[in-house]
Ligand binder design. Structure first.
Ligand SMILES: CC(C)(COP(=O)(O)OP(=O)(O)OC[C@H]1O[C@@H](n2cnc3c(N)ncnc32)[C@H](O)[C@@H]1OP(=O)(O)O)[C@@H](O)C(=O)NCCC(=O)NCCS
Length: 155
């Protein structure tokens, strides 16, 4: 398996994987996520691809792209409460259903760690939705730990 940065010709396949993640989110948190995979959402991959602060990583096995991640350099200036924050955010992350539990996501995390080291990042961050227990199990197995929580109450 090879993990590398995406080329323009990979974006159509990346969108197929993004649709799987979007479907999972709209089923798991339907009060927040819209069903379907709109043209606007599909086109947004080009905005990501052309943004110098973002990178798309893809995992490829036997010529098939089976996983993808969107990496985003975030910088937040110091304010009266917080120090400067500068980190690599994993904005989107997913492995094709047919390729799960084969180490694809683990290989992508290894690539992202190396990318982070080579680009001077000292911290990788991501956020995930609480219903997504499979993702939590994976991220914890990969070495991430929870440092902040969002809570809600319906009234
Ligand atoms: C979460 C996800 C990325 C994991 O990808 P993957 O390629 O299957 O993960 P790996 O094969 O590298 O798993 C490595 C380890 O993580 C843990 N793990 C992964 N998936 C798990 C699951 N569904 N349940 C429990 N543990 C899991 C296991 O410890 C696993 O090692 P093992 O297979 O030897 O037991 C994949 O299930 C996925 O794409 N899910 C849908 C999209 C999604 O939730 N994306 C994240 C949105 S924030």
């Amino acid at each position: 398996m090879d993990v590398r940065l995406a080329k323009a010709e990979d974006l159509g396949r990346v969108n197929e994987l993004r649709k799987q993640v979007n479907d999972l989110h709209s089923e798991g948190k339907p009060d927040v996520f819209k069903k379907g995979f709109s043209q606007e959402l599909q086109d947004y991959i080009k905005v990501i691809y052309n943004d110098p602060e973002q990178k798309i990583a893809v995992a490829e096995t036997d010529g098939v792209i089976c996983g993808y991640a969107v990496l985003h350099h975030i910088t937040k200036p110091e304010n009266s409460v917080m120090y400067v924050r500068d980190y690599l955010d994993i904005d989107e992350f997913g492995v094709d259903e047919a390729f799960r539990r084969q180490g694809v996501a683990s290989s992508m995390i290894a690539f992202i760690r190396e990318y982070a080291v080579n680009n001077g990042f000292h911290r990788i961050e991501l956020n995930m939705w609480e219903f997504n227990k499979n993702a939590l199990a994976f991220y914890e197995a990969a070495g991430f730990s929870t440092y902040r929580r969002y809570m809600e109450m319906f009234i």
